[in-house]
Design a protein around this ligand. Structure first.
Ligand SMILES: [Zn+2]
Length: 540
């Protein structure tokens, strides 16, 4: 039996849903249409003789139609780590227009918004020297600019300067690689070329990576798939990237996607603590701790499966339409299918899947936010309340496993959750484009996307009328769920047990946990049924 990876237990993933354009549609500032609006962005990582990048020089040349002026021009700059003062010379905005240097000042109370102190005439050039987030600071959500191994990466929203003028500029992004190691290469969610062209709002929802990167496969792609990473984890990185390519192919087949699409995985091995991943359209990035080789470590396979799953399980409205967050569905259903398909595909070691089932189940019954309704969770941020955020994953794994068991029971085993979800998601993908990340932010979603009410109707039709009540009590109102004991097939059984009342589902909670004994609570965990052989665990 392989030893279970320590990293799989740290798999918080975040799927970002709001873009500047989406926010504008949702009642923000009006969208300004200017066909001549363009922005040329250069990011130059500066090492200054150090092994790692010290800061990044961002230069943006902002063009509008001839003669356009702006009496109150402001830009939003990427944020540095909270509570850590910027070193001298960094986090400073400089602005130039045809009249010369434009005085700029950070708004009081918002150090990320810098405002021109006079009217500007376009074109305007903005430069900004952005800090790296240092070792030991938060790694997920993974938007922030990071460096290790002489490489650099971040999400557009976390590394670019955005004009706050309601214009969605046609943008061109490229790295200036002159101070990175010779042979450095680049990738992004959109292209591997060092010339990324897309609307600025699209760039904001895109990860960029540059430096001396490893790559799988060495050249080209495998049915659209390629992975890039830097650094050395304790596990066999090329083997894990081959594994996620196989999971990508398995999931594509499972969800009925016949033509491969471009898909990119980016990994950054950072000094511990480093954990979690973030999925964006057609790519994801993950963070894992660098460390000495340990042949027993399998790598964060369940995290990689979860992130890959976001390619297919995308946004849905809150039940009742109460807001744009789709966490209850996007993370909950995705976590269920990540675990279930890791098991059913035969790709993941059995004990790894078993451990993830119990990790989430233990966290569910010890999570102080276990009974939070879906719409309350939707209003929390993983930055401020990680327990509320992870509650959706924990609850989702158990809820959807229970739905599967209910549908099987109601149909004498002829149907299961796949029978409901496969056609719904296929229809959504076919009619609704690629299920992009904005979906959850749009009332009603894409044309083909189903609503929570349609989903519940389908579940109730297949699983019986009590499904509506279970959905309403567990998802909508947050009532504690005890799923069917056989919801993960004949090999595993849910049994009552006692657990120390201590939550360990987020890195913050683990860091804060004291060793002082705590009372035990009534809970449930999965147990391996010893009489059932391993060969029967993957299909039921
Ligand atoms: Zn996720």
């Amino acid at each position: 039996m392989s030893r279970v990876s320590a990293f799989v237990r740290q798999g918080l993933c975040v799927i970002a849903i709001a873009t500047p354009a989406a926010a504008q549609r949702g009642g923000g500032p009006p969208v300004v249409v200017d066909p001549a609006a363009s922005i040329d962005i250069t990011v130059r990582p500066v090492r200054n003789g150090s092994p790692d990048v010290q800061y990044a020089e961002i230069r943006e040349h902002i063009v509008r139609s001839a003669g356009v002026t702006n009496a109150d021009f402001a830009v939003r700059v990427p944020g540095g780590p909270p509570g850590i003062a910027a070193p001298a010379g960094l986090d400073i905005v400089e602005m130039v227009d045809p009249q010369g240097t434009v005085p700029v000042k950070a708004d009081s109370g918002n150090t990320r918004r810098w405002r021109a102190q006079r009217a500007v005439t376009f074109p305007v050039t903005v430069t900004f020297r952005a800090r790296m987030w240092p070792p030991g600071t938060r790694t997920n959500p993974s938007y922030m600019l990071r460096t290790a191994d002489g490489a650099v990466s971040g999400q557009g929203s976390g590394i670019l300067v955005f004009p706050e003028d309601g214009v969605d500029y046609a943008a061109r992004f490229h790295w200036d690689l002159s101070d990175l190691a010779p042979g450095s290469i680049t990738t992004s969610g959109l292209t591997d070329d060092n010339d990324v062209r897309a609307p600025l709002s699209t760039l904001s929802m895109n990860f960029f990576m540059a430096g001396p990167l490893n790559r799988y496969p060495a050249t080209g792609d495998r049915d659209g798939f390629a992975a890039y990473w830097h650094g050395t984890p304790p596990w066999d990185a090329p083997k894990s990237m081959t594994w996620v390519a196989s999971m990508y192919e398995y999931m594509r087949t499972f969800w009925g996607e016949t033509s491969p699409r471009r898909y990119r995985v980016m990994g950054r091995m950072l000094p511990p603590p480093a954990f979690g991943g973030t999925a964006l359209p057609n790519h994801f990035i993950f963070n894992a701790p660098a460390g000495p080789r340990d042949t027993a470590e399998t790598g964060p396979l369940l995290l990689l499966a979860h992130e890959t799953g976001h390619l297919f399980v995308r946004g849905l409205q809150n039940p009742g339409g109460g807001g744009p967050s789709n966490n209850w569905f996007t993370e909950g259903l995705n976590e269920y299918y990540a675990v279930s398909l890791a098991l059913r595909s035969g790709l993941a070691p059995l004990d790894l899947v078993f451990q993830q089932m119990n990790f989430q189940t233990r966290n569910y019954y010890t999570n102080p936010r276990r009974n939070m309704p879906a719409d309350s969770i939707a209003r929390t941020s993983p930055l401020t309340d990680g327990r509320a955020y992870t509650a959706s994953y924990e609850r989702g794994l158990l809820f959807w496993a229970d739905m599967d068991a209910r549908i099987r029971a109601a149909s004498n085993g002829r149907r299961n959750l796949d029978s409901i979800m496969l056609p719904l998601i296929k229809r959504a993908r076919t009619l609704g484009g690629d299920g992009d990340a904005n979906n959850g932010a749009r009332p009603g979603g894409h044309p083909g996307w189903f609503t929570p009410a349609e989903l519940v109707d389908s579940l109730a039709k297949a699983g019986g009328p009590e499904v509506r009540q279970v959905f309403d009590s567990v998802i909508v109102r947050g009532k504690t769920l005890v799923p069917a004991a056989n919801a993960f097939g004949p090999c595993f059984e849910l049994r009552p047990t006692k657990l120390p009342d201590r939550y360990g589902g987020t890195s913050d909670a683990r860091a804060q946990a004291s060793s002082t004994p705590v009372p035990e609570i009534d809970a449930y965990l999965w147990f391996r049924v010893p009489s059932v052989p391993d060969s029967r665990c993957r299909k039921w």
